[in-house]
Ligand binder design. Structure first.
Ligand SMILES: Nc1ncnc2c1ncn2[C@@H]1O[C@H](COP(=O)(O)OP(=O)(O)OP(=O)(O)O)[C@@H](O)[C@H]1O
Length: 274
């Protein structure tokens, strides 16, 4: 469990990116931060692995205050997947995936064997192991990014707009892969997006944020869709456009919420990892 307790962050220039934010992020579930550009999503995410330190408040992982954990050690045990995959251009796919285990002292042969398994896990052909990132499509690069995030077998996986830079068809494929992976692996995933449909599709818990990372509403997709807490939320989720008359359908054994035109708007929480 990750717990934010009255966390604030003011950057040296004076911008308060996060203003008194409190939230519990349950383990083995996907929590999605969603909101407009500049509302503080990335800052929240980066405070979990101390790429950004809070100005005030406490942040705990399983009861341990992150301020007391060495940031390098913390980052090596938390997976981080970013937009544009963030791969090292001069390293092959397999070396990119094995980077952090190697830094942690894992032998090269062991790290490479594990990297090949992870390529299977994320649906990448092993034949691509010796290619460089520039020789892959955008979607394949994102899969390498996810494999790299999983390479230290972290309990926590942070994902910052990981599918933002790929076309809608590949994006939909990657979203489905993540749902499949999450059913298998049951990580504590914290996912940032500005796309409400992506948030509803992937999130067990969705947190809609306004400027300063103020929580406009949090809950399951079904709760938010059925009962928007404010005009802001209603407008953000498109409820005011009359688009989302909800119903529940069973697709591939999972119970999902679909809106009026049949688009999957979210998954019911009971369908999470078993
Ligand atoms: N290192 C920094 N120094 C100064 N201000 C910063 C820094 N990082 C972020 N900010 C500011 O903090 C606010 C929140 O930024 P953040 O990147 O967390 O937002 P976001 O919701 O992730 O935005 P986006 O969706 O555009 O990535 C913004 O006003 C931003 O300009």
């Amino acid at each position: 469990m990750i717990e934010f307790r009255s966390i604030s962050k003011t950057f040296p220039g004076g911008t308060t990116a996060v203003d008194d934010f409190s939230l519990v992020i349950p383990s083995h579930r996907t929590t999605v931060f969603v909101g407009s550009s500049g509302c503080g999503k990335t800052t929240l995410l980066r405070m979990i692995n101390r790429m950004v330190d809070a100005s005030s408040g406490d942040l705990e992982i399983d009861g341990e205050n992150v301020a007391r954990i060495d940031p390098v050690r913390l980052r090596r045990r938390i997976g981080y997947v970013m937009q544009n995959s963030g791969l090292l251009p001069h390293r092959t796919v397999i070396d990119n995936i094995a980077t952090v285990p190697r830094l942690n002292g894992v032998a090269r042969t062991v790290a490479h064997a594990r990297a090949l398994q992870l390529m299977d896990t994320v649906g990448l052909d092993r034949l691509m192991a010796d290619r460089y990132p520039s020789q892959l499509s955008g979607g394949q690069q994102q899969r390498v990014g996810v494999a790299r995030g999983l390479a230290v077998d972290p309990n926590i996986l942070l994902m910052d707009e990981p599918f933002g830079a790929v076309d809608p068809i590949v994006r939909a494929e990657l979203q489905q892969e993540l749902l499949r992976l999450q059913r298998e692996l049951g990580k504590t995933v914290v996912f940032v997006t500005h796309d409400i449909d992506e948030a509803f599709l992937l999130g067990d818990q969705v947190v809609i944020l306004e400027k300063g990372a103020r929580i406009a509403q949090k809950g399951t997709p079904a709760e938010i869709l059925a009962n928007p807490a404010s005009d802001f939320v209603a407008s953000f989720i498109g409820a005011d456009r009359g688009k989302r008359a909800l119903s529940i359908r069973e697709i591939d054994g999972a119970r999902v919420v679909v809106d009026a035109d049949g688009t999957v708007a979210g998954r019911l929480v009971e369908a999470g990892p078993s």
